[in-house]
Design a protein around this ligand. Structure first.
Ligand code: SF4
Length: 337
């Protein structure tokens, strides 16, 4: 394998055993909330990794840890093979922020209402010294055109309140692109948009990964968009990754009972019912438990066994690039104590 091929094989981002725990309770009854627990994955150049799960599953906390908006309790974040937390234990450098950009769920709140669109795109170019003053206008126009906002001169003079939600999200993407990032963390970028314009943003992500080789962490609770845009999908529950695989294969053959439940909850237009009314159903509370031991899904799992209450399932390989954490799929599940 040539040096160039080896470089292409290397992930641009590698996350290993990343955790974020919060102390709750008080001194006589301490408790730990595991918002993100022992998460590992790789992201390659020009790849979209969808992260799905219900509210409270830890998806957004994971993105904030990688964006260095919050410090992890433990684990490693390797960017191009370099351990970022060892180099910058407290705060991300300007260089890291240039390489790893984040776009947020709320395109309304992520732009200042007092500045025109052109200003929002110019600022990162100035801060990161990526354009001279005389070139700013041209660079802003190019970025606005890249994200499909026309005519750029007119758009640059508008204020955020003069733009639709979809246009504002495009501005947020243009602002992220201004610094030529390697990775974009997209935290539910379409959830506040009308259905009719969600596809525009998804197609833009697809275009940017193909044409610019940007790696995307696409966070969503919408399985259809996760499958549409994601090369691979990672399913999270209560801070843990419970299943990961290539998007189509995973959604056609979900192995974890929680993934099956998520898919069964997608409305079926042919019957007018969710498929969940005829297939898998979860039991117990909808609020994800934060368990000290055993499978985090045990209180809701219709297939739980006695071992599930006691031992955390191991990461088990089902096929090439398809992993699950469930005792049902372990060749030699541990015996209950
Ligand atoms: Fe259900 Fe047990 Fe599998 Fe957890 S380990 S998902 S409780 S069967």
């Amino acid at each position: 394998m040539s040096e160039h091929e080896q470089e292409a094989e290397l992930p641009i981002l590698e996350v290993t055993n990343l955790s974020k725990h919060f102390s709750l309770g008080n001194w006589w009854k301490p408790a730990i909330f595991k918002a993100v627990n022992d998460v590992s994955f790789k992201l390659h150049k020009g790849e979209v990794l969808s992260v799905v799960g219900e509210s409270g599953s830890g998806k957004s906390t994971l993105a904030r840890l990688i964006a260095r908006l919050s410090n992890p309790t433990e684990g490693r974040i390797l960017l191009h093979g370099k351990d970022i937390l060892a180099q910058e234990p407290r705060k991300a450098s300007l260089a890291y922020r240039r390489q790893v950009q984040m776009i947020f769920q709320d395109p309304f709140g992520s732009l200042s209402p007092t500045h025109p669109i052109g200003y929002h795109i110019e600022r990162p170019l100035q801060i990161h010294k990526l354009a001279q003053s005389k070139d700013l206008e041209r660079e802003v126009a190019t970025l606005l055109e890249t994200v499909g906002l026309h005519p750029p001169a007119d758009v640059a003079e508008r204020y955020p309140f003069q733009m639709s939600g979809g246009q504002r999200q495009r501005v947020a993407i243009a602002r992220a692109l201004a610094v030529q990032p390697d990775i974009i963390l997209a935290d539910e970028p379409t959830s506040m948009l009308d259905v009719s314009i969600r596809m525009e943003v998804l197609n833009l992500i697809e275009k940017l990964k193909t044409e610019r080789g940007i790696g995307f962490l696409y966070i969503t609770h919408d399985l259809a968009s996760a499958r549409y845009v994601g090369d691979r999908t990672m399913v999270m529950y209560a801070g843990n990754v419970v299943e990961e695989g290539e998007s189509c294969a995973l959604m056609e053959n979900p192995a974890h009972p929680y993934t099956q439940l998520l898919l069964a909850s997608v409305p079926d237009p042919s019957s007018g019912l969710s498929t969940g009314e005829t297939t898998a159903k979860a039991e117990g509370t909808r609020k994800p438990p934060n368990r000290d031991k055993g499978c985090p899904f045990a209180s809701r799992c219709p297939m739980r066994m006695s071992i599930c209450e006691e031992k955390m399932p191991r990461r088990t390989s089902l096929a090439a690039n398809h992993f699950v954490r469930c005792h049902l799929h372990e060749a030699d599940p541990p015996k209950p104590a």
